[in-house]
Design a protein around this ligand. Structure first.
Ligand code: C2O
Ligand code: CU
Length: 495
């Protein structure tokens, strides 16, 4: 029901609109805004119900240029455009002129080919966050040359896992991602759930000053840059409507530099069905869920109630260190119940299978550290008023002297992540997925695939990493992008 074929034409209109952006928007009715579209179209959702309210969460899908059923071929162009965020028109760096960048849709086993063109004023790359791709396609500068302004690069890989992934640059990512370079990448498996409606929702926040992106500053370094405006699919407080009783699937992606989203809907539990990569074995019903930078979660919400009810997805306070917990609860998006009630489709159990990993052959310890470094007076912009600079590291090392682990192909390793700092860090590994073995010495009963997890302040988390035969140098780092850029980055060499 989710993405029935009858939506195809609709989808193509949307894609065209997003590709042509500024030029056609005003004339063709692609969107009500004067600039980037794709987040403002009015396409229908499921097949079953009318949806009179414009869908503020609608999200442009990248057009597949290859007719072969198992090949997805798309064009992505990084470029600067003005985007209407619903909180002002802001000059952003985008893929194809839309924020978020077009959603890439593929099936497990598909070959995905992305023709990338860099029309930005600086070099960039694209990293496919969470996708188990060959090392040469991973988008890090250890594996490819930067794509210079005006240059092109073609990424090509097979997508092996179902889940909600995303893509973003891996050069100066603290600035490039903040400027708007991110998009979702959905890979569907053969047995996807039947729901009334599904939305992929990419979350971000943005700091504005005089209506444009606030200048980047050393003050962003400690907790990662945060902004006062919360964005869901590039819009401040978007709305959508659903029939009472509808079953809504939300694929949530945290694309923010530093912000932790703790998400809940008052009076409606969240039913977690999937983690970063794929379904959980069974539904977990919670009041709220923490989503750290880089991470994804897949939830079902039963839109119980009557026409006229409004469900608000809110961001709840969360203390991740340095007095970050004081922020008030904030609305992220709302779902308005409209029309005749419908009956929710049943959720099957089990949802999926998550293999149990064998006992690890190798144990490693990775200490997450921070250090305030004194800067000699007047070092070009760094250091601010205090004359210090925050740096972050793993095991006392930071680039260029990064911690390097060498692993054997097709092995399982336990990594103990020891957070020595007074703040949480979202830890991410490229190329490989892992399960949580224990937290603070307590064994985890939960079976789920992750590529990004939170390591709370002063905590110890042991992860079990599944390494396959894709050789090369794979990055691991904190996904607070300012921390990664300031040293909390290492390399896993697989040979
Ligand atoms: Cu999304 Cu190296 O990260
Ligand atoms: Cu960090």
């Amino acid at each position: 029901m989710r993405d029935g074929p009858k939506r195809e034409s609709d989808m193509h209109v949307r894609i065209l609109c997003s590709l042509l952006g500024v030029i056609v928007a005003a004339a063709s009715g692609c969107g009500s805004n004067t600039t980037a579209v794709g987040t403002t179209d009015t396409s229908a959702t499921g097949d079953a119900m009318p949806e009179p309210m414009p869908d503020g969460l609608a999200y442009a899908v990248a057009m597949d240029l290859d007719p072969a059923p198992d090949v997805v071929e798309v064009n992505l162009e990084a470029k600067v455009v003005n985007v209407d965020l619903g909180a002002g028109v802001v000059s952003m760096w985008t893929y194809n002129g839309v924020l978020p960048g077009p959603r890439i849709e593929a099936k497990v086993g598909d070959t995905v080919r992305v023709h990338f063109k860099n029309s930005l004023p600086e070099a960039t790359t694209i990293h496919w966050h969470g996708l188990r791709v060959p090392n040469a396609m991973d988008g890090v500068v250890a594996a490819q040359s930067p794509v210079e302004p005006g240059a092109e690069f073609t990424y090509e890989f097979v997508v092996p896992d179902a889940g909600t992934f995303w893509y973003h640059p891996h050069m100066r990512s603290d600035e490039q991602v903040e400027r708007g370079l991110y998009g979702a990448f959905v890979v569907r498996g053969p047995n996807e759930l039947t729901v009334t409606a599904e939305r992929t929702v990419v979350l971000d926040d943005i700091a504005l000053a005089n209506g444009q992106l606030a200048p980047f500053s050393e003050d962003d370094a400690m907790i990662g840059r945060q902004g006062a405006v919360l964005l869901a699919n590039g819009r401040a407080e978007p709305m959508m409507s659903l029939a009472p009783g509808a079953l809504l699937r939300l694929r949530l992606v945290n694309a923010a530099n530093g912000r932790y989203f703790r998400l809940g809907i008052r009076g409606r539990p969240l039913n977690i069905i999937g983690s970063d990569a794929g379904y959980l074995p069974k539904v977990e019903t919670v009041d709220d869920v923490l989503l750290v930078p880089g991470e994804r979660v897949d939830v079902l919400v039963v839109a119980s109630g009557v026409a006229g009810d409004v469900l608000e997805l809110v961001n709840l306070p969360y203390e991740r260190g340095h007095d970050t917990g004081g922020e008030a609860e904030r609305k992220v998006l709302s779902v308005h119940l409209e029309g005749a009630p419908i009956t929710t489709p049943a959720v099957p159990a089990p949802l999926g299978e998550v293999a149990q990993l064998p006992t690890a052959a190798v144990f490693r310890t990775l200490r997450l550290q921070e250090m305030e470094m004194a800067m000699g007076g007047g070092h070009g912009g760094h250091g601010g008023a205090t004359g210090t600079m925050m740096t972050f590291m793993f095991n006392d090392k930071m680039p260029p002297e990064m911690e390097r682990f060498t692993a054997a192909a097709n092995s399982v390793e336990d990594w103990k992540l020891v957070n020595t700092t007074e703040m949480d860090h979202p830890f991410h590994i490229h190329g490989f997925r892992f399960q949580i073995a224990s937290s603070n010495g307590v064994a985890s009963q939960r079976r789920a695939w992750h590529d990004t997890i939170n390591v709370p302040a002063k905590a110890e988390v042991v992860i079990k990493v599944q390494i396959d035969d894709r050789k090369g140098a794979w990055m691991f780092h904190c996904h607070i992008l300012e921390h990664a850029e300031r040293g909390m980055m290492g390399v896993l060499d697989v040979d």
